[in-house]
Design a protein around this ligand. Structure first.
Ligand code: C2O
Ligand code: CU
Length: 494
């Protein structure tokens, strides 16, 4: 008999259940019933709920290796690296307006940090070793504290040695709830991630030169929330909000909920007028919030599939359980808009950002790397295949921090023209800001906000920001192998 978790609680019930605004959510967050009993046990999808004294939400993230079964027997459990007892975890839920205090406890044997992907936070909380904080060494702790300004579906992960650490599962979810969102019957989190596992459950290579210099090195097994093709229970005839995250290192997905009318209601956490889920490719780090109606009869199912491949691939099954909710005709409901500062496009200079392969793959001798004052071998690659504006991280002056790609004047608005000079896809991400996506020379762009945008081969895409958040902000491709082999830099806002 498969293991079952309770039907996900409604948002309100979650708030009640925690006695506070936080539920770090075995029961509420993933709503997962794994066909493989070992994949996810009730009560273990996250750490014990995060304490919340009124306006402060506190959480401890203990980064270390934990064994967890991904593959069915006879394979062994795999040596994941996680922030909580179980992947996926933790799933932190907080209300907009609450303050987060998160303590990283580094029980790894390498230094690390936590980057809060998609949050417009103060630069010192951004979690980039050497750029915004000293790396947190083995045995050390680091406290992050900020009040997320926007509601939405965010996540967090390390920023050095990311190919391996994220490859082994080091990521958590941060959900900031709208105070005035419409009511849904369930609020699910689905994390899409492949694993580089051999048949026995051991990890293989996370990165090959061949992969890193092309589309990437793909994992061998696809999962939702760490489970292979799980059954996720949803309330019968309920209106389901599903937060779909691509947290894979490499894979691009294009999702469908087969058997239901499904609508995109937010992109990277940012609400947009609801539009049908019908072609929204997502590179690594990209998220969509989707709204759909669960089947009208208990026991009926829907399929979550990835159609970004020759054959559509099933990822999970949603199965209706329990008494039918008394919902009438289905119609999509918009989320309340977030207040991202509006760039002034009339006055905005255009900054070219060209993403290319390096002319010649470069290698850096280990002693050269060791001599760099701003980084070390964990934060750099000995090889670079990629560049932004012809500058490869870590190239660019071996004595000091490499110069920023560009320095922007605080308070001014800017348009970035992101030019993909390669035949590959690149999901381009900015820290500390949310892009307003404007236009493309190759396709019709749906106006929206995003912290990561997927550049098609040879495409030029224009995005804008109002540069109101001072600091040094990373700007990189989120195919982690591309990031780690040169396609990374930073912008300075001063
Ligand atoms: Cu998820 Cu530098 O980012
Ligand atoms: Cu890339």
């Amino acid at each position: 008999m498969p293991h079952r978790l309770a039907v996900p609680l409604s948002r309100r019930a979650l708030l009640r259940a925690g006695g506070a605004a936080v539920a770090a959510t075995a029961l509420g967050g993933t709503g997962l019933a794994a066909p493989d009993a070992g994949a996810l046990k009730p009560g273990l999808a996250g750490p014990a709920p995060v304490s919340s004294a009124g306006d402060l939400v506190e959480v401890e993230l203990v980064a270390r290796q934990r064994m967890q079964r991904i593959l069915p027997k006879p394979a062994e459990p795999s040596p994941l690296i996680t922030y909580a007892d179980q992947f996926p975890g933790p799933i932190i839920r907080m209300r907009k307006g609450q303050r987060l205090r998160a303590t990283l406890v580094n029980e790894l044997d390498e230094h690390t940090s936590v980057h809060w992907h998609g949050i417009r936070l103060p630069n010192l909380e951004d979690g980039v070793p050497y750029l915004t904080q000293p790396p947190t060494k083995p045995g050390e702790r680091h406290v992050y504290e900020f009040t997320p300004p926007d509601a939405g579906s965010f996540f967090f992960h390390p920023h050095c040695n990311t190919v391996e650490l994220l490859g082994r599962g080091l990521a958590g979810v941060l959900i900031v709830e709208e105070p005035d969102a419409p009511e849904f019957d369930a609020d699910l989190v689905c994390l899409i991630k492949d694993w580089h596992l051999d048949k026995t459950g051991k990890f293989g290579a996370f990165l090959t030169d061949r992969g890193a210099s092309r589309a990437g090195t793909f994992g061998s097994v696809s999962t939702i929330n760490g489970a292979i093709d799980p059954v996720i229970e949803v309330p019968t005839n309920g209106d389901i909000r599903a937060r779909l995250y691509n947290i894979d290192n490499t894979r691009v997905v294009d999702l469908r909920v087969e058997g239901a009318e499904a609508w995109i209601i937010a992109v990277d956490g940012n609400p947009l007028p609801p539009r049908p889920l019908d072609g929204w490719p997502m590179g690594p780090a990209m998220r969509i919030d989707v709204l759909f109606r669960a089947p009208a009869k208990a026991g009926q199912t829907l399929r979550l599939t990835n159609v970004y491949s020759a054959e559509p691939r099933p990822l999970a099954t949603f199965r209706a359980v329990g008494p039918a909710r008394p919902n009438k005709r289905f119609k999509p409901r918009a989320l309340p808009a977030s207040a991202i500062p509006e760039p002034d496009l009339k006055d905005a200079p255009i900054i070219p950002m060209a993403f290319s392969a390096t002319a010649v793959a470069q290698s850096f001798a280990p002693d050269v790397l060791a001599g760099l004052p701003y980084a070390d071998a964990l934060c750099l690659s000995a090889k670079t295949f990629w560049a932004i504006n012809q500058q490869s991280w870590p190239e660019g002056g071996h004595e000091h921090l490499p110069p920023p790609l560009v320095t922007l004047e605080k308070g001014r608005s800017y348009i970035f023209e992101l030019a993909n000079l390669t035949p590959h896809l690149h999901p381009i991400h900015i820290h500390g800001y949310t892009f307003k996506v404007l236009s493309s020379d190759g396709r019709k762009v749906v106006p929206h906000h995003a912290d990561t945008v997927l550049l098609e081969p040879k495409e030029r895409l224009r995005v804008a920001i109002k540069a109101d958040n001072p600091g040094d902000w990373m700007f990189h491709c989120h195919i982690i192998e591309h990031q780690d082999t040169g396609m990374m830099g930073y912008i300075r806002v001063a």
